[in-house]
Design a protein around this ligand. Structure first.
Ligand SMILES: Cc1cc2nc3c(=O)[nH]c(=O)nc-3n(C[C@H](O)[C@H](O)[C@H](O)COP(=O)(O)OP(=O)(O)OC[C@H]3O[C@@H](n4cnc5c(N)ncnc54)[C@H](O)[C@@H]3O)c2cc1C
Length: 397
């Protein structure tokens, strides 16, 4: 088997890369270790930045997104029992976010790739990379009981944090930067109409909470819990009671409740591996970096990476020039670190770090008061949240 770009991982990064390359006439093969059914129903992110929506729409993936996506022009920050709205549209010249589940983006991408004759191999196993510093790298894998080898010009490692491609890079090449947080999120998906039209981020003495949504009938709700917390300690009634306590406000608000259809405990972590390239292997998305979900950035950052990678690959295959690919890692990492800082800042401002600390929470309130009263500070939050414009670094020519 032979293709130009061998893509390991059929999440948002791998599928979108394959789609963008196809639009430029560049063939690729996507190797995914899970089934189609599994990846199409894996519930994860749900907030799309302004630029992500534009990119998906411009490249022919906007039909259902435009119909079913919910456009939000602000968020609420709630603290000391009072809500304060950050008005994105006003602060960023009309930019917004769109609520559209990651699994819907994945469904749209898979359908489009298959419609366009794309090659996605689900349920592959035992993926191994070789020859990464040559100009003919290979990917060996098992599929349908047979051993296969895919020869490529370039390998894209889009296989997420737990993937294998990063581990094919020799020891000593990558530098990893890591921050773990002393808490996790307990998240539920509930069959209940959202309690508010926009997301509500709450700083509360009992810990952070977030009221989000996936559709007009599905609420996505999160509670800060200890990092080693177990789901069995949280029967539904305890979850709802804690959510009611943390979201309590002097304003007009009722927490809508309904059957819990999904639940998880997710650790919060910040992590970056640099550089994002080794020879002919390019890492993208969660394979190279993860952020705590507070800033709603993971999926959007994966999109920004593959947009840049696709441009570099087009230049390579059309003109034989490697200049954009050589700048891939540095170019991506500028945005990665901006997003790391924003996600860390949102996390730091909104969570309880140490129950015994009385100083930290006072600083948080001071910061929240500043962010919700100063136009300059509110703009900082708003422009990062809706997503800074893509930086093309000279790649548009
Ligand atoms: C539980 C959870 C909840 C999240 N919630 C949010 C949220 O609320 N908001 C937010 O912004 N972000 C959230 N994120 C982050 C966001 O979902 C990710 O940043 C996003 O999925 C990154 O896309 P990706 O394509 O880089 O990686 P992934 O989506 O992880 O895709 C990687 C793909 O590679 C496949 N794969 C892995 N190993 C191999 C292998 N060896 N061979 C072949 N294929 C392989 C995987 O099955 C997967 O399909 C969450 C992440 C998790 C894990």
């Amino acid at each position: 088997m032979r293709t130009k770009v061998g893509i390991v991982g059929g999440g948002p990064a791998g599928l979108l890369l394959s789609h963008l390359l196809h639009l430029e006439g560049i063939d690729s093969v996507v190797l995914e270790d899970r089934s189609r059914e599994y990846v199409e129903h894996r519930i994860r992110a749900g907030v799309l930045e302004h630029g992500t929506v534009e990119l998906l729409t411009e490249t022919g993936l906007g039909d259902r997104l435009q119909r079913e996506g919910l456009v939000h022009q602000g968020v609420e920050l709630r603290f000391l029992g009072v809500g304060h709205r950050i008005d994105f549209a006003d602060l960023t010249g009309g930019r917004s976010i769109t609520i559209y589940g990651q699994q819907e983006v994945v469904k749209d991408l898979i359908a489009k790739r298959l419609d366009d004759g794309g090659d996605i191999r689900f349920e592959v196993s035992d993926v191994r990379l070789d020859g990464l510093t040559s100009d003919r790298p290979t990917i060996a894998f098992a599929h349908d009981g047979a051993e296969e080898t895919l020869e490529c010009d370039v390998v894209a490692g889009c296989d997420g944090f737990h993937g294998v491609t990063r581990h094919a890079i020799p020891e000593g090449v990558l530098t990893e930067y890591d921050r773990t947080y002393p808490f996790a999120w307990l998240g539920i998906l509930a069959e209940a109409p959202p309690s508010s039209e926009e997301l509500i981020y709450t700083n509360h003495e009992r810990g952070f909470s977030l009221c989000s949504l996936r559709s007009p009938t599905l609420s996505r709700l999160y509670l800060q819990v200890p990092p080693d917390e177990r789901l069995e300690n949280w029967p539904d009634e305890r979850i709802w009671e804690e959510l009611r306590r943390r979201t309590a406000t002097t304003g007009d608000f009722t927490l809508n409740e309904g059957p819990v259809v999904e639940r998880l405990i997710a650790p919060l972590r910040s992590w970056v591996a640099e550089p994002m390239q080794y020879g002919r292997l390019f890492l993208a998305g969660d394979a190279a970096h993860i952020v705590p979900a507070t800033g709603a950035k993971g999926l959007n950052l994966a999109v920004a990476d593959v947009r840049r990678l696709a441009r570099g690959l087009v230049r390579l295959f059309e003109r034989g020039e490697t200049d954009l690919l050589e700048g891939y890692s540095d170019g991506c990492l500028r945005r990665v670190w901006r997003v790391q800082q924003f996600s860390w800042w949102m996390t730091s401002m909104l969570h309880r770090f140490d129950p015994a600390d009385r100083y930290g929470p006072r600083l948080q309130i001071s910061e929240l008061e500043y962010v919700t009263s100063s136009r300059a500070a509110a703009t900082t939050l708003a422009e990062n949240y809706v997503g800074l414009p893509f930086d093309d670094g000279g790649s548009s020519s």
